[in-house]
Design a protein around this ligand. Sequence first.
Ligand SMILES: [Zn+2]
Length: 158
Amino acid sequence: MSYRVGTGVDFHKLVEGRDLWIGGIKIPHHKGALGHSDADVLLHAICDAMLGAACLGDIGIHFPNTSQAYKDIDSKILLQKTVELIKKEGYALVNIDSTLCLETPIIKPFVMQMQQVISTITGLTTKDVSIKATTTEQMGFVGREEGLMAYATVLMQR
Ligand SMILES: [Zn+2]
């Protein structure tokens, strides 16, 4: 059995007039994430971590933001497609760890729902899908609520 680790990081701007999708869940907030897709920063970081572990490039190569096919797409579909890509290479996920960085809103009440969505798509148990959140203590672009970011680490086996 061989193990592979991958990391992913993603950023999106926060703007008025957009929905805020994080971890496959729509979160009530006065701002939403700007992007070509639904701009789900957490799912994108997880996709990139999985692609990285399989050495399959990054999310932009597989789902280009110049393609109309991915305009406003639900990132749960991108995660599903990424799971299929790594399965095709013979990999199985072991666990996911992730950290969200944003100033507001408080993410804790939504974490269990996010874990359920991600575990359903990936075939993992919710115990294998860790989602943490932190502010940046009001520093930088996250602190000014201009944007949000997410990091993910994924372990896979073949
Ligand atoms: Zn993204």
